[in-house]
Ligand binder design. Structure first.
Ligand code: SF4
Length: 126
């Protein structure tokens, strides 16, 4: 078994793979890692203590956007590998650039919950 690493992005080939998170999931799940404070302008701002995403978001804007989009805010690129509690997914850009042999780093997209696993190729005896 091998750890998949803590990076939110993989650039080991010409496909760009990034973990993304939906900050609406942080609110819906009442994640204990979601912090909030009121700034000088009176806005309630939220962010992630674990720095899964590094932006701070105006909660009123987050709520308005979700109301206008059927509950979705839209994905944010994760700064690190998401935690099991996060509503997350891997987004791929330039998929047509995938090497003929396939993904060179399949551990990157391992599910965030559960044990890690390693993909190996075993030569057959001919
Ligand atoms: S740990 Fe995940 S679910 Fe919790 S606040 Fe951070 S990004 Fe959101």
């Amino acid at each position: 078994m091998a750890a998949a690493g803590d990076s939110g992005s993989c650039r080991l080939c010409r496909v760009y793979c990034d973990w993304t998170i939906d900050p609406g999931g942080c609110v819906d799940g009442a994640c204990p890692n979601l912090y909030a404070y009121d700034d000088a302008a009176g806005r309630r701002v939220v962010g992630c203590v674990e720095r899964v995403f590094t932006a701070e978001i105006d909660l009123a804007v987050l709520t308005r956007v979700r109301e206008a989009n059927g509950g979705r805010f839209g994905p944010l690129r994760a700064a690190r590998r998401p935690l099991p509690v996060c509503r997350s997914a891997v987004e791929r850009a330039y998929v047509s650039r995938l090497p003929p042999a396939g993904c060179v780093n399949p551990e990157f997209a391992e599910p965030t919950e559960g044990e890690p696993f390693r993909v190996t190729a075993v030569p057959r005896n001919v």
